[in-house]
Design a protein around this ligand. Structure first.
Ligand code: PGA
Length: 253
């Protein structure tokens, strides 16, 4: 069985104190209420990675993620954070290619590929994000669009490298908008993604790859989305900033 994962992307929210209180609430709720096999991932902003990581260390369900990583190994890159640095503070997953980074920071397919290489080389798992804007969905080109995103950044990875990759399908029109993809729209895209992966890598690796849904996922719609055959969990933005909502989403898996 492939791994079920629910990841909380905190984006640029919370101060140091707020981050610690949020994660300690989540940690306690997960200990008390979550019994099934699920990896719970939290992705706080960089300055809080170490303190948040320490807090969840004793809870084997909880894992630490970064929201970004530099494609460079080290050196004169002011403001950047390397994969080795992330690894050294206990990071296990790195979100790569979120639509907000593609859009506001002009991250292209080649850069994303290099970020994935750096992440995997340092023993962490990339959560590679893909997803189409509304114009592409409306023009019925969403499969083609997502297929190209996958191909352009992933196809140069080896089978061994691909084994470490988690995919998150996040239709841009559903991110932070309150408008969710229907469970049918999510399932058909996830199935398509898995099929594309099986063309690029071996079929077993594609079958075992966790594909998460993201975009206005919340306690009300999570169960329906997670019940789909190819939906292996979620990448949660807004609802991950409230411990009760996030835990309820986790319990929907
Ligand atoms: P949202 O964000 O849940 O607030 O829509 C999801 C994401 O951007 O990862």
């Amino acid at each position: 069985m492939r791994k079920k994962i629910v990841a909380g992307n905190w984006k640029m929210n919370k101060t140091a104190e707020e981050a610690l209180s949020l994660v300690s609430e989540i940690d306690n709720m997960v200990k008390d209420e979550v019994s099934g096999e699920v990896a719970v991932v939290v992705a706080p902003p960089f300055p809080f990675l170490q303190s948040v990581g320490k807090l969840v260390q004793g809870n084997d369900k909880m894992h630490l993620a970064a929201q970004n990583v530099s494609e460079h190994e080290s050196g004169a890159y002011t403001g950047e954070v390397s994969a080795a640095m992330l690894k050294s503070v206990g990071v296990e997953y790195v979100i790569i290619g979120h639509s907000e980074r593609r859009l506001y920071h002009h991250e292209d397919a080649q850069t994303l590929y290099q970020k994935m290489k750096a992440t995997i080389a340092h023993g962490m798992k990339p959560i590679f994000c893909c997803g189409e804007p509304l114009e592409e969905r409306d023009a019925d080109r969403h499969f083609e669009y997502v297929g190209k995103q996958l191909h352009d950044s992933l196809s140069y990875l080896s089978n061994e490298e691909f084994d470490q990759v988690v995919i998150a399908y996040e239709p841009i029109w559903a991110i932070g908008t309150g408008r969710t993809a229907s469970s049918q729209q999510a399932q058909e895209m996830h199935e398509y993604i898995r099929e594309q992966l099986s063309r690029m890598f071996d079929a077993e690796a594609a079958y075992n790859c966790s594909i998460l849904y993201g975009g206005s996922c919340n306690p009300k719609n999570a169960q329906e989305l997670f019940s789909q055959a190819d939906v292996d969990g979620g990448l949660i933005g807004g609802a991950s900033l409230k411990s009760r909502d996030f835990t309820d989403v986790i319990k929907s898996i």
